[in-house]
Structures are given as structure tokens and as C-alpha cells.
Design a protein around this ligand. Structure first.
Ligand SMILES: [Zn+2]
Length: 270
């Protein structure tokens, strides 16, 4: 098993086996269980851009950060726009998420080597990629929907880790977290054309289903971009948790037709 479901103060979140033996980080991917939101947002909705009450979302972020064991006051949250823009987070960015300051700037990836700053990206089906360089003590988290995957945000995150902190890609461990699986992700020709423009070979992640319809495996596509970046195959872990197949545990934008909450991916150096 690549993951565990942790239950703390009613909040359930996912941790990854490969990171659990790293005493210098805290991490977690939230589920929908253990929050205060109701209706379609039941119950741990972390989406600041949803129609849920802001008060509920604030309480949910507090509950999730407390469960993971990070300080909400220092939280940095990305304002995602399906770009490939990655922000290097420094001491002066501490708290530029929600509780201390709201400083949104159109970013889909966060990287830091500073201890005590929890990085959080927000999801409902898009692919969260967690990065740890245990040698240089650098962490990152990226948001890869189909657009970010096509733009190879995973590879670009690794490049930032290399240029900013001299990470060697062979040291980096990446975990692909809960997100929409091939089982639940049918796409049309137009989208596949975009992937054909940016990948030499799509045969390991695009599977024709019927005329102009395809199954798209974003996990494999991201695996390829991470291998292109120089990561070792054994250091790329796919959690294989499909959000669409597990609606009791996760929100799924596609399965719930956009009318749903959001989950958070947190990682922090300690
Ligand atoms: Zn599925």
C-alpha cells in the first residue's frame, strides 16, 4: 500500500508511505471527512473560491492544518490558474495564504527550503504532485490538471528545485496523490491534440475508446514528465487513489458536475 488514511480529531487525511519515514517533513492530503460544511460541500471543503460560506472554509482549513500538525498562521496557499508558474517561497512569504495575509498571484506550484512554512495547493480531481529532496532538504507541491500536465509543471517544479537549491533530480522523491483516474476520465479529440503537441509519445497515457473519445491517464503522463526531469522510476510513486471512484472519501469536480468542495495538499519542512 502506498498510502495510509489517518484519523485525527475526526479529520481524515491521506499520508504517503514513502514520506512517513522522513522525520523532517509533515504532509497530508485532505479528504472530505471531518469538517463543518454542509450539502454538496459536506464536510471538509477547503475551497476559498467555492460558494460555501467563508466561515466554514476557514474552520475547515483550521481543522485540517491542526490535524496535519502545521501552523495555520504560516500557511502559504497557491492561487491556481492552471498555469506552469512556480513560486519560490521564502521567509517573507510566511502566512501569505489566508490567515495572516491573502496574497494571490496566479501560481500552480510552490517550492521552499525554509522550515516551518506549510505549502498548500487546492484540488478536486486535478493531480497533486508532492516533492521531497531529502539530501538538500527541499520540498515542493504542484497542481497538475490536464493543462498543467500538458505544460509539464512537474518537470518545471524539478527544474526550480535544481536551479534554486541545487537539488539533484536523482535524489528527489515525488508522490502523485489522489486525483481523477483513467477509469473516470474520458476526454475528446481536441484535448488529445494538445497532448500530441507537447509529448513525443502518448501511447502510455492516451487510450482510444470510441471515435474522438479517449481515456486519459494523467498519472502516467506526469510520471513521464518527472522521468524526463531526471527522477528515478523507483522515486516516482503513484498513490492510485481515484477521486471519481471514491466519492465517500473525496470531492470530484467531474463526477459531481462542478458542484462540489475542494481538498488540500500540504507539505512542510520541520
Ligand atoms: Zn475512477
Amino acid at each position: 500500500m502506498e498510502y495510509n488514511i489517518v484519523n485525527k480529531n475526526e479529520v481524515q487525511f491521506v499520508t504517503f508511505e514513502r514520506f512517513n519515514n522522513m522525520p523532517f517533513i509533515k504532509h497530508g492530503f485532505s479528504t472530505r471527512i471531518g469538517g463543518v460544511s454542509e450539502g454538496v460541500y459536506n464536510s471538509l471543503n477547503l475551497g476559498l473560491k467555492t460558494e460555501d460560506s467563508e466561515n466554514n472554509v476557514r474552520k475547515n482549513i483550521e481543522k485540517f492544518t491542526l490535524a496535519v500538525g502545521v501552523d495555520k498562521e504560516n500557511l502559504v496557499i497557491s492561487d491556481q490558474v492552471h498555469s506552469d508558474v512556480i513560486k519560490v517561497v521564502n521567509n517573507e512569504d510566511k502566512g501569505k495564504g489566508y490567515f495572516r495575509e491573502r496574497d494571490y498571484s496566479g501560481i500552480d506550484g510552490l517550492v521552499t527550503n525554509v522550515k516551518g512554512i506549510p505549502l498548500m495547493t487546492i484540488f478536486a480531481d486535478c493531480v497533486p504532485i508532492f516533492f521531497v529532496d531529502p539530501t538538500k532538504k527541499v520540498i515542493a507541491v504542484s497542481h497538475a490538471g490536464w493543462k498543467g500536465t500538458r505544460l509539464k509543471i512537474g518537470k518545471k517544479t524539478v527544474e526550480v528545485m535544481m536551479h534554486e537549491y541545487e537539488s539533484n533530480p536523482k535524489d528527489i522523491i515525488a508522490v502523485i496523490g489522489p486525483s481523477i483516474g483513467e477509469c473516470c476520465y474520458e476526454v475528446d479529440q481536441r484535448l488529445i491534440n494538445e497532448f500530441n503537441n507537447s509529448f513525443i509519445d502518448t501511447s502510455t497515457f492516451v487510450f482510444p475508446k470510441q471515435e474522438y473519445k479517449y481515456k486519459l491517464n494523467l498519472w502516467n503522463a506526469n510520471r513521464i514528465t518527472l522521468e524526463e526531469a531526471g527522477l528515478l522510476s523507483e522515486n516516482i510513486i503513484i498513490s492510485s487513489l481515484c477521486t471519481g471512484c471514491n466519492l465517500d472519501l473525496f470531492y470530484s469536480y467531474r463526477k459531481e458536475k462542478g458542484n462540489t468542495g475542494r481538498m488540500g495538499a500540504i507539505i512542510q519542512l520541520i
